[in-house]
Ligand binder design. Structure first.
Ligand code: ADP
Length: 517
């Protein structure tokens, strides 16, 4: 006899088989075990709660911070003949009341709500009187302070759950969770079972582009990919506005989305993009969380984002249909200053800021590593990287000629030592260059033996090298806004000549013709 979950997969959802992780997750939930499922974007997390929601009796409550997505999810379920609804602030009071009555009358199999709903005693009173099949926490990383999108309202659900007469089985789902976020979710929701299918998305090609005029690069890229949908993420609204204006002036048809636009403008831009009326969307990170557009062929980051979590999530909006897609990051050194500024002027508490600086450092390292980019990301999420490298990212493809820079590295490292391990990247590069900058003389750094020791290189090159040494963990940094350089065991090995340092000489794609299709 066919298992009930298999039957529902076919009869209601019309799919033949489960994707990796789905079956295990569903079976755990059906055995009433609280379960956390970590699956990549596009991995099929919705089915993990929708199938058990159909197998079990009662109403499933889905908590999601993505108000914009609720309607689509509910429409999709209704079109399959499954009674579903949502309650959020976009409804009028009358509509909300009507829906609450219908929930109380047990009319629905699925009810989508925003986390704040659990603060309403009226809502709690209604759902404690009806049988519940499960409670799902979508985008569960939002519950953790260590996550990149922490929502306090998500956390406050936990004490409110106790007000229910009996708490049904809980399921949490996320695509982006580091080890500490996973632990946090597990502890908070008492989840012994974690299904982690890994993060790798084999259809995404990561590229890092440096030293380019960004608008020119983007224009030429768009021209070459006229018929393909793509998202261009900028770090600020100002950047989005400027780029949008530049491209529009040149006759490129682009949409724009950020939190500074009116709701109507945002809705229109989103609809035009989703329905392929415009192929390119220029947006800040306000766009996209939960947007289910499967044929996005590329995601370009106009500037380095603030951490790897956001980067992987945003870049991961490409290729949800499984087709090969490109994720391109356009890096320039100014991006680092911009992100530091954004952290500094945010309302976060000091401890949280320090955490953000730490994550930013990993992002900076991504932009300077010469190793496989896919592996770098997987490593970051403590996932299992392949030993060889992915063979698809720009580092694997472009970086083939290596040169020995052990001597230069030794000079840089001894300079860090002689400067007393008290300064950051910028100052160290200046000393190596032999800069006449006032700050250097103020700190009496002109008299140390490594002053000007690499003066034949530009300050920019030296900065790049220092970042490379950090990215390859041959040099350590102390956390903070201006990370201070410190030697580590590997640095000592290099200084003692026990270890060589190799750097790829061919810089990543410089020619305008470089095209990845
Ligand atoms: P996620 O939330 O993990 O990003 P979704 O739940 O939105 O992913 O699913 C992504 C796409 O994959 C959807 O279009 C969904 O219908 C499809 N999908 C999910 N599970 C299966 C399956 N077992 N077989 C085929 N398609 C599936």
């Amino acid at each position: 006899m066919m298992a009930k979950e298999q039957e529902i997969l076919q009869s209601y959802f019309g799919y033949e088989s489960f994707r990796p992780g789905q079956k295990e997750t569903i079976q755990h939930v059906l055995q009433q075990r609280n379960t956390l499922a970590v699956m990549p974007t596009g991995g099929g997390k919705s089915l993990c709660y929708q199938v058990p929601g159909m197998v079990l009796d009662g109403t499933a409550i889905i908590i999601s911070p993505l108000i914009s997505l609720m309607k689509d999810q509910v429409d999709a379920l209704q079109s399959l003949g499954i009674p579903a609804t949502y309650i959020n602030s976009s409804l009028t009071t009358e509509e909300q009341q009507q829906r609450m009555q219908d929930i109380a009358a047990k009319r629905y199999k699925f009810v989508y709500v925003a986390p704040e709903r659990f603060e309403s005693s009226f809502f709690i009173n209604v759902i404690r009187r009806i049988p519940l099949s499960l409670i799902a926490f979508d985008e569960a990383h939002c519950i953790s302070q260590w996550g990149h999108d922490f929502r306090p309202s998500y956390r406050s659900i936990v004490p409110n759950l106790r007000k229910l007469q009996s708490v049904p089985v809980l399921i949490a789902l996320t695509a982006t969770a580091t080890g500490e976020v996973i632990k946090d979710i597990q502890q908070m929701l008492q989840m012994d079972h974690v299904i982690n299918t890994g993060f790798e998305r084999a259809n995404l090609n990561f590229h890092l582009i440096k030293g380019k005029d960004k608008p020119t690069y983007i224009r030429s890229f768009i021209q070459k990919h006229e018929d393909e949908s793509g998202i261009i993420y900028t770090a600020t609204r100002k950047q989005a506005d400027a780029l949008h204006e530049q491209l529009t002036k040149r006759g490129v048809s682009v949409s724009k989305y950020h939190a500074g636009l009116s709701e109507t403008e945002r809705k229109q831009a989103q609809a035009a993009f989703i329905h392929d009326e415009t192929t390119v969307m220029i947006a800040t990170n306000a766009f996209g969380m939960g947007i289910d557009k499967s044929n996005v062929r590329y995601v370009i980051h106009y500037a380095m984002p603030m951490n790897i979590e956001s980067y992987y999530q945003e870049a991961g909006r490409a290729g949800r249909d499984g087709e090969m897609s490109d994720c391109i990051l356009l890096f320039s050194p100014q991006d680092i200053q911009l992100q530091k500024f954004l952290i500094e002027q945010s309302q976060m508490e000091e401890a949280a800021k320090q955490g953000e600086y730490r994550k930013l450092q990993a992002m900076i390292n991504y932009c300077h590593t010469h190793s496989c980019l896919t592996n770098f990301i997987l490593d970051y999420f403590s996932d299992m990287p392949s030993r060889e490298g992915c063979g698809r990212c720009s580092n694997c493809l472009e970086r083939q000629e290596k040169s020995d820079i052990t001597e230069e590295a030794q000079k840089i490292l001894s300079c860090v030592k002689r400067m007393g391990e008290r300064f950051g990247v910028g100052m160290t590069a200046k000393v190596l260059k032999g800069s006449k900058d006032k700050k250097i003389s103020q700190f009496q750094l002109t008299s140390i033996s490594t002053y000007g020791i690499l003066s034949s290189y530009t300050e920019k090159e030296l900065t790049e090298w220092i970042h490379f040494l950090i990215a390859e963990q041959l040099l350590a940094t102390e956390e903070g806004k201006f990370p201070v350089l410190k030697l580590n065991q590997q640095s000592v090995d290099v200084l003692k000549g026990k270890r060589q340092v190799w750097m790829f000489t061919a810089p990543i794609p410089q020619s305008e013709e470089t095209d990845y299709h």
